[in-house]
Ligand binder design. Structure first.
Ligand code: C2O
Ligand code: CU
Ligand code: CU
Length: 561
C-alpha cells in the first residue's frame, strides 16, 4: 500500500519517469466481431503481477471501428469465471442488443447481439454492466472503444488513420492493495494510466493529430489539458461532432464521457509536453477535486480521499514528444464540422423529474444514493416511455457531490444547468452529464425513437460505478403506442377501444370480481376500480399509455391517443 502511494506521488510530481510506450489497442474493422472476455495478468508496477480482465487480451479490449449503416454481428464469449454483460455505451440500439444488466452472459457461454449502426460519427465504448458487478469488471480491466464513422465526417478531412494521426486515449485511475491487486471500491485510486499504460510516453507527428478521449475511470473526473497550456480544438462530445471547433485549454471529462480533440502540432516539431489532469482547478464537490463534497451538509468524508495525492493536485497522464510528419498529413483544422438541429424545448411531450438523494443523512458522500427515493430494483420498471416521445428529464441533485448521469438508448441535448444555458462545449450530443452537487439541476431533452420493447428495459444511472453498483440506477421501457402492444393478457377482462381516440375506455369483465389498478407511464397509480362479474365499467382518461392490472398482478396495456 505504502509503495503504491509513493510511486503515484513520484509519477504525479514529475515526468522524468515516463518510461512505458503508450499501448495502442488493436482494432477490429470487420462487421463480424468476436470478443473473448478473459482473465489475465498485467504488470502495472514492474515485477508485480496483477490479476486483470480484458477482451481478447489481459486488459482492456480492441477498438471496434464501425461505419454508420453497418450491420454488425458480435459474439461475446465469456471465458471469465464470473457472469457478466457487455453494454455498447452511447449507441442507439434496441434493448435486447444493448447489453444492460438483463442480458446476462454466464461463464462459458456466448451472447450474440446483432444490430445496424445508426449512430453519428463519434466515440462510443463498451463495458460490462452486470448489476452490482459493473465496477469490479471495469476496474479489473474490461473496456474498449468504438469509433463510428459516417459519410459526413468522411467529407471533413479530419485525421482518421488510427495509431498514426488518430489516437485512442482511455484515461483511468486505479487503486491497488498491498499485494498489487486492483481494489474495487476504493478512494485510493492513486495510479493514473492511459490505455492501461502507467507512466506512458508517445510520439505524435508534427501535424494535426486527433485524440479520441474516454474517461473510463470508475469515479474520477478529469480536467483535461496540456502542461504548456497550449490550446486544442474540441470538435465533438459523446455522440457526435460539433458544428464548428471550439478552441480550449481545458475540458472537464467525467466518468463515461468522451471528447473528440484536435491538436495542431504543425509548428511543434521537437516539443515535449504532457497531457495532464489539472485537478487543482476542479471546483469542489466533484470527485477528483480537493474536497469531494460541498456545503454545510457534507458531513462525512470518503475514506482515503484526502490521502490520495491525485485529489486537488495536477497530475500527468501522458508524455508527448512531437516527431516528424507522416506522409499526406492533415495540416489544417476544418472551420465547420457537422450539421444538426438540437431538439426544441417546445416539442417536449412530458417533463420527468428525477431527484438524487442519499440513503443516509443528506450530507453523506459515501452513498448509497437514490433516485426519487429508491434504489435500483431489477424487477421494477421506473418509467414507461411511449415510442417517439420527446421528453425533458429534469435532474436535481440534493446530495453534496456531483453525479455524472447517463441514459441508455438516446443522445440528449442539455437545455440548462442550474437554470443557465449550457456553455458551447455542452451544446452537442451527450449521453452523460455531470449534475452539480448541492441542489444542482440539469435539464436535457431527448427523442426516444426507433426501438421499443414491452419487456426489456433501458437503464439510466450515475456513471460513478460505485454509485451505480450501490443502486443509483433506474430503468425504463419504451413502448409502441401506435400498435396495441399487450404486456400480458387478461383472460376475463377486455379493454376497448384500444387505442381509444377520445379518452373513453371500456373495461368489460367476464368471470372476475375485485379490484383493478390503472397506472400511467410513470408508474403512478391513476385509479383503482372495483368491478363485478359480467359488467362493463366506462372510464375517461387523458392521453397516454396505461397499464391495467388485476389482483393477480397480470397486466394489459392500453393507449389513449
Ligand atoms: Cu456506460 Cu449504463 O453505462
Ligand atoms: Cu450506456
Ligand atoms: Cu453518483
Amino acid at each position: 500500500m505504502k509503495k503504491t502511494v509513493i510511486l503515484a506521488l513520484l509519477l504525479s510530481a514529475s515526468n522524468v519517469f515516463s518510461q512505458n510506450p503508450l499501448t495502442i489497442p488493436t482494432t477490429i474493422e470487420t462487421t463480424t466481431i468476436n470478443l473473448v472476455l478473459q482473465e489475465g495478468i498485467t504488470q502495472f508496477y514492474p515485477g508485480i503481477n496483477t490479476n486483470t480482465m480484458g477482451a481478447n487480451g489481459a486488459l482492456l479490449g480492441p477498438t471496434l471501428i464501425m461505419n454508420q449503416g453497418d450491420n454488425v454481428n458480435i459474439t461475446v464469449d465469456n471465458q471469465l469465471q464470473d457472469t457478466t454483460t457487455i453494454h455498447w455505451h452511447g449507441m442507439h440500439i434496441s434493448p435486447e442488443n444493448d447489453g444492460g444488466p438483463h442480458s446476462i452472459i454466464y461463464p462459458g457461454t456466448t451472447w450474440n447481439p446483432q444490430f445496424t449502426v445508426l449512430d453519428k460519427a463519434g466515440l462510443y465504448w463498451y463495458h460490462p454492466h452486470l448489476h452490482m458487478k459493473t465496477n469490479e469488471h471495469v476496474s479489473k480491466g474490461i473496456a474498449g472503444l468504438i469509433i463510428v464513422r459516417d459519410s459526413e465526417e468522411a467529407g471533413l478531412n479530419l485525421p482518421q488513420t488510427y495509431g498514426v494521426d488518430e489516437f485512442p486515449i482511455v484515461m483511468q485511475t486505479k487503486g491497488f492493495d498491498a499485494s498489487g491487486q486492483i481494489l474495487i471500491h476504493t478512494e485510493s485510486d492513486t495510479l493514473p494510466m492511459v490505455n492501461g499504460t502507467v507512466d506512458a510516453f508517445v510520439d505524435f507527428p508534427a501535424q494535426v493529430v486527433r485524440l479520441r478521449v474516454l474517461n473510463g475511470s470508475s469515479q474520477r473526473t478529469i480536467e483535461f489539458g496540456f502542461s504548456d497550456n497550449r490550446s486544442f480544438s474540441l470538435i465533438g462530445t459523446d455522440g457526435g461532432l460539433f458544428t464548428a471547433p471550439l478552441s480550449r485549454t481545458r475540458y472537464r471529462i467525467s466518468p463515461g464521457q468522451r471528447a473528440d480533440i484536435l491538436i495542431d502540432l504543425t509548428t511543434s516539431l521537437g516539443n515535449n509536453f504532457q497531457l495532464m489532469s489539472f485537478a487543482s482547478e476542479l471546483p469542489n464537490a466533484i470527485y477528483g477535486a480537493a474536497q469531494p463534497g460541498m456545503g454545510a451538509g457534507a458531513t462525512n468524508s470518503l475514506v482515503g480521499y484526502t490521502a490520495n495525492p491525485l485529489n486537488g493536485n495536477n497530475y500527468q497522464l501522458l508524455d508527448i514528444t512531437v516527431t516528424a510528419q507522416t506522409a499526406s498529413p492533415v495540416l489544417t483544422i476544418p472551420s465547420t464540422l457537422a450539421t444538426f438541429t438540437p431538439i426544441a424545448e417546445a416539442s417536449a411531450n412530458i417533463t420527468r423529474s428525477l431527484t438524487f438523494t442519499s440513503a443516509g443523512n443528506m450530507g453523506d458522500l459515501n452513498g448509497p444514493f437514490l433516485i426519487n427515493g429508491s434504489g435500483f430494483d431489477m424487477g421494477v420498471i421506473n418509467y414507461t416511455v411511449p415510442l417517439d416521445n420527446v421528453e425533458i428529464w429534469s435532474l436535481t441533485n440534493q446530495t453534496p457531490i456531483a453525479h455524472p448521469f447517463h441514459i441508455h438508448d438516446v443522445q440528449f441535448f442539455i437545455l440548462d444547468i442550474n437554470g443557465n444555458p449550457p456553455p458551447p462545449e455542452l451544446q452537442g450530443y451527450n449521453d452523460v452529464v455531470l449534475v452539480p452537487g448541492g441542489q444542482g439541476n440539469v435539464r436535457f431533452i431527448a427523442r426516444f425513437n426507433d426501438f421499443s420493447d414491452p419487456v426489456i428495459p433501458f437503464m439510466y444511472h450515475c456513471h460513478m460505478l460505485t454509485h451505480e453498483d450501490m443502486g443509483m440506477m433506474g430503468q425504463f421501457l419504451v413502448v409502441n403506442t401506435a400498435s396495441v402492444e399487450e404486456v400480458g393478457s387478461l383472460e376475463n377482462i377486455s379493454v376497448y377501444p384500444n387505442p381509444s381516440e377520445n379518452g373513453i375506455i371500456n373495461i368489460e369483465v367476464g368471470n372476475y370480481n375485485g379490484e383493478l389498478t390503472i397506472t400511467d407511464v410513470t408508474g403512478r397509480m391513476i385509479e383503482k376500480v372495483t368491478v363485478n362479474n359480467q359488467s362493463t365499467t366506462q372510464l375517461n382518461v387523458k392521453t397516454g399509455v396505461y397499464y391495467l392490472s388485476d389482483s393477480m398482478g397480470r397486466t394489459v396495456s392500453f393507449v389513449v391517443r
